[in-house]
Design a protein around this ligand. Structure first.
Ligand SMILES: Cc1cc2nc3c(=O)[nH]c(=O)nc-3n(C[C@H](O)[C@H](O)[C@H](O)COP(=O)(O)OP(=O)(O)OC[C@H]3O[C@@H](n4cnc5c(N)ncnc54)[C@H](O)[C@@H]3O)c2cc1C
Length: 417
């Protein structure tokens, strides 16, 4: 790093993607500064983020390589199987064996994944706490609360202005500040996308019977309903509701919420008890037109916000972090200017296809599966049945969901930079 800069990389946004990038850069001896308008310790409050994430095994390998996984392992639930059902109501569809039924089993790809599960279920508050601890331990500078307000690119460097007037300089600025990215806007990068007329409702439940590491995804007419296993025979429920209905559920009396849940959840896992508050998230699709510009790179939701139907949003951001860190560290070792468009385009080219395909795929899924048209029901049912019968197709989907397909950055293979 040239003496006159504050850091090699200024990262706007200390969310899970931005924080992972800072750690990855530090592992390759690059200095990052994280900037976030929220006090960093706010991320540790249980009420800050009620979601849990299905973390692909390759994403988890990256955290292992960065020293974050040891704190997470005891809190993570292995996903051994995923059962996908196209049903009218989860209880009813789970009770009887339906003709269209898709089953992914970790043991089928164990040879290729060294016994890794299909993924790990982790509560976001635990991920955030582990990342915050690792950031502290690595001595990474975090400016929070502080908001990035302006980005000016100059030949050879960039200048970031914070809302309180402070100015920071670095050869590269990364926009990791989520869907409303200021860096993206300042770089003049457009965004395409739309809001879904749905919200994501998230609740944690304790179950009477053990879930045995099985994740269920039911495609109901109103949208997908997922039951995702958590440690201690709890589960994170994620389902989509029309906007007004989602808000009504959030403020419903516990008995009313419970009755609603019982109708969707069915009886197959025994009685359920809701733990903690119900969270409601707006759902939208947004794709940045480019992931790089001179001195600027975008990652995570700032580059691509997708529907949570297949639990891939965070995983995409973590893949971005692994790829960007590798490109910047290798460029430094080769003596290149890490903020030049030639270098940043290498990152964009590496990640663009995966991100666009996944965003488009999820969007098609939402349309195809949030629909009660009998013809569509038949078509998707037949599709599911075909995939289920063809072993290689099923194994491909499992590896794809695990993020182990394609040209993987070193950190996602569990290797150091
Ligand atoms: C209901 C639901 C369930 C989901 N389930 C899954 C799942 O199972 N698996 C999965 O992989 N993904 C899942 N996702 C998606 C995942 O949660 C997101 O993709 C992920 O949290 C995005 O992380 P991020 O770090 O890119 O952005 P964010 O989490 O949005 O973080 C952005 C950060 O930037 C900060 N910021 C904002 N403005 C500025 C500024 N001007 N300057 C500096 N900082 C700023 C914010 O304070 C914030 O801390 C789900 C999403 C939803 C809604």
């Amino acid at each position: 790093m040239a003496q006159s800069f504050d850091a090699d990389v200024i990262i706007a946004g200390a969310g899970m993607a931005g924080a992972t990038l800072a750690l990855a850069l530090a592992s390759g001896d690059l200095k990052a500064i994280l900037v976030d308008p929220m006090p960093f310790e706010n991320q540790l409050a249980p009420s800050f983020d009620g979601r849990a994430s299905a973390v692909a095994f390759s994403s988890f390998r990256q955290w292992r390589a960065l020293g974050v996984a040891a704190a997470l392992e005891p809190l993570s639930q292995r996903i051994e199987q995923i059962l996908v059902t196209d049903g009218r109501s989860p209880g009813a569809s789970a009770a009887a064996s339906l003709p269209f039924f898709l089953r992914f089993d970790a043991s089928e790809i164990a040879g290729r994944t060294e016994g890794e599960p299909l993924g790990y279920m982790l509560e976001n508050r635990h991920i955030r706490a582990a990342l915050a601890e690792a950031i502290k331990a690595a001595g990474i500078e975090v400016l929070a609360p502080a908001r990035v307000e302006g980005v000016e690119t100059l030949p050879g460097w960039a200048k970031v202005t914070l809302a309180d007037g402070r100015v920071l300089t670095a050869p590269v600025v990364v926009g990791a500040e989520g869907r409303g990215s200021v860096v993206r806007r300042q770089a003049g990068i457009g965004v395409v996308g739309w809001d879904y007329p749905q919200t994501g409702v998230v609740a944690t439940v304790r179950m009477e019977r053990p879930h045995e590491g099985v994740a269920h995804e039911y495609f109901l007419p109103g949208g997908p309903f997922a039951i995702l296993p958590l440690t201690g025979d709890r589960a994170s429920l994620v389902w989509t509701e029309k906007r007004g209905r989602g808000e009504a559920l959030k403020s419903a009396r516990p008995e009313a919420f419970h009755a609603h849940l019982a109708r969707r959840f069915g009886a197959f896992l025994g009685k359920v008890e809701v733990e903690g508050p119900v969270f409601v998230y707006p759902l939208s699709l947004s794709l940045a037109e480019r992931m790089a510009a001179p001195r600027i790179a975008l990652l995570g939701d700032a580059a691509h916000g997708v529907h949570p139907i297949a639990g891939q949003g965070l995983n995409l951001g973590l893949k971005d972090a692994a790829a960007l860190a590798q490109v910047l560290v290798e460029a430094t070792r080769l003596g290149e200017d890490i903020g030049s468009l030639a270098v940043l385009e290498r990152y964009a080219a590496w990640r663009r296809f995966d991100n666009v395909m996944l965003a488009a795929g999820m969007d098609a899924f939402v349309w195809l599966f949030s629909n009660d048209n009998p013809l569509l029901r038949f078509a998707r049912g037949a599709g599911i049945a075909v995939v289920n019968r063809i072993g290689p197709a099923r194994r491909f989907f499992m590896q794809e969901a695990g993020g182990a397909v394609g040209d993987l950055p070193r950190l996602l293979r569990g290797e150091a930079l």
